[in-house]
Design a protein around this ligand. Structure first.
Ligand SMILES: [Zn+2]
Length: 315
């Protein structure tokens, strides 16, 4: 009886949790069952969303990565009250500003702006993802990345929306560009943060939040950084279908909730999750890990992150 009561009180406690996945790439073909251009199983995005909503993930921000992707993300966001989207161009795709046929860089920018303005605040709630990625210069050279990262900050100035930022191995240039455009910026989050403690503190000092997902929690070193980030500066995301927490990661020992086993994509069944394809439901694991690392109660952290999310995105 006592055990049952304890289980029940734990259940009602957990059902108080309201999470926002601030970054999910739900326009990725994997959610249509397509992997490397090949249809492997039926699309199952509705089931993926339902699993998330049933696990306390109350809202999801669908990440936009370039002009067409942002149009698709917005279209998806309009289908459900709990979905929102971002508008921007990912650093690895910034050559599109100059190399989209029949479009000048200024026209590409204006097209991004009109997607923002059509539904600013009601559906489009951030500019991004934008930033710098020096780990993948083969997709887009440094100078182009810097030029169009800075250009996209104008989208924030015009719309008043906060930034959804991406930074990989480029923190020096990244913070320099932000600092010299401080007047254009309306807050923001460095998503998928995997930098050092000093970088986290510099970002926070500049007024940014830190977005954490499975990629931010891979190593003991990552966890040490997370320990140092104040809870009132943390936002949570999955970056689904990427950045899942794996059993080999330092984070995995802090995961407490077990979900039904996932199936390989080739053995997909209705209602199952897919092995190696991260999904927004798993945001609960990110919460559990961050709470565990910081020695915080899960519910207390969830409430703080809820406040942070509302503050930044005005949800
Ligand atoms: Zn990113």
């Amino acid at each position: 009886m006592i055990i049952w009561r304890r289980l029940f009180s734990e259940f009602t406690r957990m059902s108080d949790i309201r999470l926002t996945d601030i970054g999910a790439n739900l326009t990725d073909p994997m959610f249509n069952g397509v992997y490397h251009g090949k249809q492997v199983h039926p699309g199952d995005l509705d089931a993926v969303l339902q699993r998330a909503f049933d696990t306390g993930v109350d809202k999801i921000i669908v990440t936009g990565g370039n002009l067409t992707d942002c149009q698709e993300a917005l279209k998806l966001a309009k289908t459900n009250d709990r979905l929102y989207s971002t508008v921007g161009c990912h650093p690895t795709r910034c050559l599109e500003f100059e190399q989209t046929e029949g479009t000048t860089a200024e026209e590409y920018f204006q097209n991004l702006l009109s997607v923002c303005q059509a539904h600013a605040r009601s559906k489009v709630i951030a500019i991004g993802e934008c930033g710098l990625d020096y780990d993948r210069l083969h997709f887009c050279p440094k100078e182009i990345q810097k030029k169009y990262f800075e250009k996209q900050l104008e989208l924030s100035a015009i719309t008043g929306l906060p930034l959804f930022l991406h930074c990989r191995a480029a923190f020096g240039d990244f913070i320099d560009i932000l600092k010299r455009n401080k007047d254009k910026i309306n807050g923001g989050v460095v998503h998928s943060f995997d930098g050092s403690k000093d970088e986290a503190m510099a970002a926070i000092e500049f007024g940014l939040y830190i977005g954490l997902n499975g990629c931010s929690l891979k190593t003991e070193n990552n966890l040490e950084v997370v320990k140092a980030i104040p809870a009132d500066k943390i936002l949570l995301e999955t970056d689904a279908p990427w950045c899942e927490i794996r059993p080999t990661h330092a984070s995995s020992k802090f995961v407490t909730t077990q979900f039904p086993p996932a199936k390989k994509k080739e053995k997909w069944e209705s209602g199952c999750s897919v092995k190696s394809r991260n999904e927004p439901r798993n945001l609960l694991h990110v919460l559990e890990v961050v709470a565990g690392v910081k020695g915080m109660d899960v519910l207390q952290l969830a409430q703080q992150v809820f406040v942070n999310t509302c503050n930044l995105f005005k949800l």
